[in-house]
Design a protein around this ligand. Sequence first.
Ligand SMILES: [Ca+2]
Ligand SMILES: [Ca+2]
Ligand SMILES: [Ca+2]
Ligand SMILES: [Ca+2]
Length: 250
Amino acid sequence: MPVFTKAIGLSVALIMLSVGVANATHLEDRSTYSAPQAKTAIRVDGIADDAAWEAAEWREIKYRWLGPEYTAEDFNGRFKVVWTPERIYLLAEIEDDILYDAHRDPLVQYWDDDCLEIFIDQDYSGGEHHFSHNAFAYHMSLDNRAIDIGTDGEAREYTDHTESRWRQEGDKIIWEVAIELYDDSYVDDSDENEPVELSAGKVLGLMVAYCDNDGSELRENFIGSESVPTGPKDRGYIDAGLFGKVVLDE
Ligand SMILES: [Ca+2]
Ligand SMILES: [Ca+2]
Ligand SMILES: [Ca+2]
Ligand SMILES: [Ca+2]
């Protein structure tokens, strides 16, 4: 074989290897979302009339991870994202025919009550985050608390990372959440944790889902914003490799 052909063959193999390694952190076909910077302030009040929302695109919450087929009255949802140097802001528009909060203790079976689940991996590293803060899976409850699993394996509140308000408007829930992002050096119960400062060009991992229960013992549906073609579809609380890519735009 001529030397140049070998060289081409080797570089093709190296390119394939590097593509393989790059993909290994995430499932294939993750979505990409360009989040505009908010040029004007957003009031987190469950009213989506803030001018900053107008620049952001909607993204559907449409992949059925758990439960049977459902109607548009049963669940329909979408969200958009903007950012400031201090926080990201998420606006979700949810249709859900019955709002259900059976477990009044926010730390008990929080995923079996209606909740908006926001998965964030601030450096888009992917990887496992079950009992670490490589990523967070904030379960936003109907009483505006944020619950995830701590490094001790126990459910705990991270409500102080967030500001959350929702309101009903016609047949929709308008839900606004502001979230500070923390990196994997975050220590539970420490006063020293500092949120990451955000700037244009930064890439985050993000995925949004809704746990819909309309009166059953366990949640009836779990619907998310990313496809999960292989493996357990509900493993976003463990595996940040499912998350989509958000690019912070100017
Ligand atoms: Ca608002
Ligand atoms: Ca429903
Ligand atoms: Ca990470
Ligand atoms: Ca419901």
